[in-house]
Design a protein around this ligand. Structure first.
Ligand SMILES: Cc1ncc(COP(=O)(O)O)c(C=O)c1O
Length: 386
């Protein structure tokens, strides 16, 4: 496919990514390493480019959601450790050994299955055990009500598995109310408890980790790894959620499109499918070459959501179409075909953050970033010293 910036594109600031890594480093203890979470194509930023950039700058451990994502990284030459956070189906077990990947040992039965495969093929499979301390997703349950410690312990004995770590995941590390603070503290206590019991039983739990981005922002802990995804990209889930620390993150992503056509229509004209927008005055309209097939949420139609044109905020009017959308540029002078609009990012003194889009469509930045589709080419800035 032609990768040009004549229609719509995303720009990723690689210097911002490196800056954000320094900010994360400043928040964690010296002995803690960063496991860079680059799953879901690094939340739409481009997993291979981001992982290579980080590997060239000292990061040697990555996390992805699936074996396919892990193979993507290997194909571009990422040599560091790669933890697969999700489930790998048995037809793909062979990749784990062949590509030296680290699998989430997400339950005892699953670990037994992996061990049988490894024994049959006389290979060793590396992994970290997932303990579910209250997220309720993957992992061996270890809560006040369900103590499956013995299952965790038994995985360390499976002779064809190399159990190199233990991890858990917070479910409300972003919340600051008393109940949720207590819940997170208790998840951490349960995780600590498993570590202590293993040590007492003479088992080295391996590398331990539990903190995602909000875990890093809101809690001082001292595990072997932290697992940030969002923070590397310079955003949080929602900029209105209060956080405990005040780091200086720079959003790495900006999002742009071109104007394909400018016209002035008379009062009473209807714009786009469904005729949901009727001009209440003579209106200058820019048609922009971007739409919901590029990831612009259709739910943002007629919600007064703005884009930047010549540094001014201009509202999207009418229903957002698959490949195009219309913007009221009546207040902007000299707008013409080929001018660049900014959906996310800055123009002159104005800025639109991804958070505005997320709020408009009632979601979080994680989701909004992942919605930018693959047909939108990603361009990467040069590093300062390149
Ligand atoms: C298990 C696990 N760890 C770490 C992360 C990274 O989270 P965040 O992007 O909030 O840092 C995720 C993301 O959802 C995750 O599922």
């Amino acid at each position: 496919m032609l990768q040009s910036n004549t229609r719509a594109w995303v720009r990723i600031d690689r210097n911002a990514i490196l800056h954000n890594m320094k900010e994360i480093r400043a928040l964690i203890s010296d002995s803690t390493k960063i496991m860079a979470v680059v799953k879901a194509n690094a939340y739409g930023h481009g997993d291979t480019v981001i992982a290579k950039l980080l590997e060239n700058h000292g990061i040697d451990t990555f996390a992805v959601s699936s074996v396919d994502e892990a193979l993507n990284l290997r194909r571009v030459g990422v040599t560091g450790d790669i933890l697969i956070l999700g489930y790998t189906p048995s037809v793909h077990f062979h990749y784990l050994a062949e590509e030296d990947l680290i699998q989430n040992f997400l339950s005892y039965d699953y670990a037994v299955k992996l061990n049988e495969f490894a024994a049959h093929h006389q290979v060793q499979i590396r992994g970290h055990i997932k303990v579910d301390t209250g997220m309720g997703r993957l992992g061996i349950r270890y809560t006040d009500e369900e103590d499956h410690y013995e299952e965790i312990k038994k995985i360390y004995d499976l002779s064809f598995l190399k159990c190199e770590g233990l991890f858990s995941h917070f479910s409300v590390a972003d919340e600051q109310d008393e109940q949720n603070l207590k819940y997170t503290a208790h998840q951490n206590e349960l995780f600590q408890d498993v570590i202590k019991r293993l040590k007492k039983d003479g088992i080295d739990p391996g590398k331990c980790h539990i903190q995602n981005s909000y875990g890093i922002l809101n809690y001082k802990m001292n595990y072997d790894y932290v697992r940030p995804g969002l923070l590397i990209l310079g955003v949080t889930s929602d900029d209105q959620i209060p956080i405990h620390s005040h780091p200086d993150f720079i959003p790495a992503l900006s999002w742009h499109a071109n104007i394909s056509y400018v016209k002035t229509v008379e009062k009473g004209s209807s714009i786009s499918y469904g005729r949901h927008y009727i001009c209440d005055r003579q209106t200058k309209i820019a048609t922009c070459s971007i739409g919901y097939a590029d990831g612009v949420p259709r739910e943002a139609s007629n919600k007064n959501m703005c884009v930047l044109v010549h540094g001014k905020r201009c509202p999207i009017i009418g229903n957002i179409c698959m490949d195009q959308m219309m913007v009221d540029v009546s207040e902007v002078e000299d707008v013409k075909e080929g001018d660049v609009i900014t959906l996310v990012g800055s123009q002159q003194n104005e800025q639109i953050k991804i958070d505005e889009w997320s709020r408009c469509v009632h979601t979080i930045n994680n989701d909004m970033l992942c919605r930018i589709t693959s047909r939108v080419p990603r361009f990467y800035t040069r590093l300062k010293n390149e």
